[in-house]
Ligand binder design. Structure first.
Ligand code: SAM
Ligand code: MD0
Ligand code: SF4
Length: 357
């Protein structure tokens, strides 16, 4: 657990006079950079405690849960970090509309608060003008009365209009980094501004947006500090960070995955900066075993819940704990229970989403 790791670094009498007032809510780029760089055990302890306190003040013992439906793994892009990049010779799937509706229903019946419909940038969906995805969104909203997030990658404005009109609540599109040079190395051949503008247009259309970062891909603390501030500037309702997981067959397969302390510090700083933000503890980085640390860092949401033996996959850890039934609401609820926390009901989530700003 992260607490032992922090205490393990305990160096007696370490000067912590610079422990800042962590509840002040506005931090300069310099202050964020220093906090990200700090390995002072007492400061880190205070950082995580403050993040937990802020979360609990905002929402009590509730934690939200999202079902993850990665419905097509075909993609036209070649992101260097991604298993599903076009050039990777892997097996891919494209689920049918009925399979997508069935898995969504199973997830909803298991107690998730939202369905996250995620895809590779599959040319078949682009050629279809996203009619199928819009119909699926509408059916989940109307037949199952459940909030929906779409993660379709970069799409044109009229497609965003179509998905918003179908009732999609969230548009998730992660910049990974706001350092343009690093972006170009990660999302090869993709346009930084096109990606950012798609997100901003979705927000203009009244959708909530999720911004996301990768940790451990060559960024500096200053880059993370920039991203943390930009997340507020663009008004992201949900903000996330995922530690990079090397993927077989990708150009970054021999890069190492980062120490998780970076991800946990970023989650905590997101909480300090944005007390009412939705901040995921993603099960897609370290499986169900990674849940506790991320909740203890200030996350208020569990994502990447995938039913066992469903034939659906994750993204970063695309099979970890899935078929063993490790990535279920039931498993997560048992861990939360030990922490004095619980999975929120859908109407509690809806109220939080709309009323808690
Ligand atoms: N194709 C869509 C897109 O790229 O926006 C959605 C697919 S999935 C949500 C894409 C996200 O998963 C990426 O933006 C990245 O943040 C995360 N991801 C992909 N590969 C990863 C890896 N190897 N390690 C950690 N996160 C990864
Ligand atoms: C997750 N595996 O939440 C999912 C995915 C996409 N909107 C989310 C990265 O970790
Ligand atoms: Fe395609 Fe998304 Fe993977 Fe990039 S991250 S290769 S766009 S699925």
């Amino acid at each position: 657990m992260i607490e032992e790791q922090i205490n393990g670094n305990q160096t007696e009498g370490k000067d912590v006079k610079d422990m800042q007032d962590l509840r002040k809510r506005t931090f300069s780029r310099q202050e964020l950079t220093e906090l990200l760089r700090s390995d002072d055990p007492q400061l880190l302890q205070e950082l995580f405690e403050t993040a937990r306190k802020i979360r609990d003040e905002v929402q009590g013992n509730k934690i939200f849960a999202y079902g993850f439906v990665y419905f097509t793994t075909y993609c036209r892009n070649n992101c260097n970090f991604c298993y599903y990049r076009k050039s990777n010779g892997i097996e891919r799937y494209r689920k049918s509309e009925e399979e997508i509706l069935a898995i969504s229903k199973a997830l909803i019946d298991s107690g998730v608060d939202l369905i996250d419909l995620t895809m590779g940038e599959d040319p078949a969906y682009h050629n279809d003008g996203f009619e199928t995805l819009a119909r699926i969104v509408r059916r989940i909203k109307e037949e199952y009365d459940t909030p929906v997030m779409v993660s379709p990658g970069v799409v044109d404005r009229e497609i965003i209009d179509k998905l918003a009109d179908a009732g999609a609540d969230f548009y998730a599109l992660y910049q990974e980094t706001h350092n343009r040079e690093l972006f170009a190395k990660l999302r090869v051949g993709q346009d930084y501004d096109e990606r950012m503008n798609a997100k901003l247009y979705a927000k203009e259309k009244g959708m909530f947006i999720e911004e996301g970062l990768l940790a451990g891909v060559g960024e500096k603390e200053e880059d993370i500090a920039d991203s943390l501030l930009i997340m507020g500037e663009i008004g992201a309702r949900q903000v996330r960070v995922m530690s990079f997981i090397p993927q077989e067959g990708s150009p970054m397969e021999n890069c190492r995955t980062p120490d998780r302390l970076e991800e946990l510090k970023i989650i905590a700083l997101m909480r300090l900066l944005y007390p009412t933000a939705l901040i995921p503890a993603s099960l897609d980085v370290d499986g169900i075993g990674g849940l506790k640390d991320r909740i203890n860092a200030g996350a208020n949401l569990i994502t990447s819940i995938i039913p066992p033996k469903s034939g659906f996959m994750g993204v970063a850890q695309n099979t970890m704990d899935v078929d063993e039934g490790g990535r279920t609401v039931k498993e997560a609820a048992a861990i939360l229970d030990e922490m004095g926390l619980r999975i929120a009901a859908k109407d509690e989530y809806r109220r939080f989403l709309r009323e808690v700003k």
